[in-house]
Write a protein that binds this ligand. Structure first.
Ligand code: FRU
Length: 516
């Protein structure tokens, strides 16, 4: 953790807005220490924790002309601790300005943590945050913390937020029978076309400690955001995909109803789902009688390593844009020696085509591209480097086809973050239609997940990959965005080499831009 002290003039003042000592301590810590983190130690167009620890993005909203993104936050260490909400704003979804921490665990009903939630703008101009308050009750017989989760709200002006004096607004007694008051969280709120507010959250059944629970997504409705009434069960896991479903989000897109969730304790299923904490998109339509989601298809949202806890916004120009925590609980021990841990993915525009969720980097990214370098029809056989194709903060598109369709190449690899003993990779094997990302040589000092793969859902003989690199991450968009693979890397950004390799004869087009 940093040791030097920066400008004391900026220290927050205890005033009407932040008269919580816990929030004051967090804001003070931010001012004293976050300035010590050199810009070169942070990503350029991904939001990282201001200082300390970040997990889920929260409260993704557009308020007073800016995008607001909050996040699960523990400023005092790079490990998870009593959750606060960090806060940042951006005009373009790419360059973020950190604001003072917005919420702290300072009330009897949220003393164990201000867990995930969402935000909306009220018609009177106030910004409303809805979150899960976690209260510590004691210890379970096995030593774990016994807690209760309830849903709470706070009102604010874009910088300072007051918790509602009548919190919680949804208590355990509003849970359907048999559901677990220790696992009832992550409200996603929206204003419906019916003039009512609605919210969904994750819940699960009560089980013996050694058993796995099964998630449910509960929907509530309200006229005023304060008095809530149970509406329906939007979706049930029924022990199909993992256990508890966290961080739900639902919206209509391209004529379909989409539900995004992050299941815990997943079992690997073929090449679709990997073990551990993962992500799941359910696509279908709503049953007009019950309000429940009638599923038509399901898929993983991202096939990489570091991707969890998605949240979306409907942008003012009507785009459904998704972000996620660009990290995963299964790999939080991956280490790194920085004073921050955790970043948010690049915001991705969503669409649904043929029952599949497509993702594409927000179009704002095109306006920060510069220094275009392009090649067309380059033969690749063995390893090849190209003049001007290198960098760690870049937007790289590579299109690959066999030189001879009758005699296709066996493997095509892009090495990046390359230098000394380091290199990270994306590899394609046409016979298996398989894409694999690999970070074995990406400066990780812990034995966490090193590779992940997926089988292409669309492949007509030409492979198209768009790869976004920032200082500590790689996001791979396959084809038109029908599949994505995301991972973080720890390689020092000075290692910025890129090379291409084909086992056999391939021909490629390459287009590269620096991003600023
Ligand atoms: C998901 C999650 C949420 C919870 C938060 C706590 O990553 O477990 O369900 O609200 O993190 O930090």
């Amino acid at each position: 953790m940093p040791t030097t002290i920066c400008d004391k003039e900026q220290l927050p003042i205890m005033n009407d807005y932040n008269d919580s000592e816990t929030l004051y301590a967090a804001r003070r810590h931010e001012v004293l220490f976050s300035g010590n983190i050199p810009e070169s130690d942070r990503p350029v167009y991904h939001l990282p924790a201001r200082i300390g620890w970040m997990n889920d993005p929260n409260g993704f909203s557009f308020y007073q002309g800016k995008y607001h993104l909050f996040y699960q936050y523990y400023p005092f260490d790079t490990k998870w601790g009593p959750m606060h909400w960090g806060h940042a704003v951006s005009a373009d979804l790419l360059h973020w300005t950190h604001l003072p921490a917005a919420l702290a665990p300072d009330q009897p009903y949220d003393d164990y943590g201000v867990f995930s939630g969402s935000a909306i703008v009220l018609s009177d101009g106030r910004h409303l945050l809805m979150y899960t308050g976690v209260k510590k009750i004691g210890k379970n017989p096995d030593g774990s913390v016994d807690s209760r989760q309830t849903q709470c709200i706070a009102f604010g002006d874009g910088v300072n937020y007051f918790k509602y004096e009548g919190n919680p607004v949804i208590d355990a007694d509003q849970l359907p029978e048999g559901l677990d008051p220790q696992n009832f969280r992550d409200p996603k709120i929206w204003a419906g076309d019916d003039g009512l507010f609605h919210c969904i959250m994750g819940a699960c059944n009560i089980v013996d400690r050694d058993d796995l629970a099964s998630g449910q997504i509960l929907q509530y409705k309200s006229r005023d955001c304060i008095n809530w009434e149970f509406e329906c069960v939007l979706s049930e896991n029924n022990y199909r995909v993992g256990s508890m479903w966290e961080c739900p989000d639902t919206f209509e897109l391209d004529g379909k109803q989409v539900l995004l969730v992050s299941p815990q304790d997943m079992l690997a299923v073929g090449d679709e789902f990997a073990s551990g904490n993962g992500t799941l998109a359910l696509i279908g339509h709503l049953d007009p009688e019950t309000g429940a989601l009638v599923e038509e298809s399901m898929q993983a949202i991202d096939y990489g390593i570091d991707f969890y806890a998605t949240q979306t916004i409907l942008s003012p120009d009507g785009r459904r844009i998704m972000v996620a925590w660009m990290q995963n609980w299964d790999c939080i021990s991956m280490g790194g020696r920085r004073s921050w841990f955790g970043q948010v993915t690049v915001p991705r525009e969503l669409s649904v085509r043929d029952g599949r969720l497509y993702q594409w980097p927000v179009r704002e990214l095109e306006s920060i591209r510069k220094n275009k370098v392009a090649y067309k029809g380059v033969p690749v056989s063995g390893e090849l480097k190209l003049d001007g194709i290198s960098g760690r903060i870049i937007d790289l598109t590579v299109t690959v086809r066999p030189e001879d369709v009758e005699n296709p190449y066996h493997e095509f690899t892009i090495w990046f973050a390359q230098g000394d003993q380091f290199r990270s990779s994306v590899r394609f094997s046409p016979a298996e239609r398989m894409i694999k990302i690999n970070r074995k040589h990406s400066a990780l000092r812990r034995a966490v997940v090193k590779d992940r793969k997926c089988v292409l859902v669309n492949y007509d003989g030409t492979l198209r990959l768009r790869i976004l690199l920032d200082r500590f991450s790689a996001e791979v968009f396959v084809g038109d965005g029908e599949q994505t693979l995301t991972m973080t890397i720890l390689t020092d950004p000075v290692f910025d080499g890129i090379s291409f390799f084909a086992d056999g004869c391939a021909v490629m087009d390459v287009e590269k831009y620096d991003l600023a």
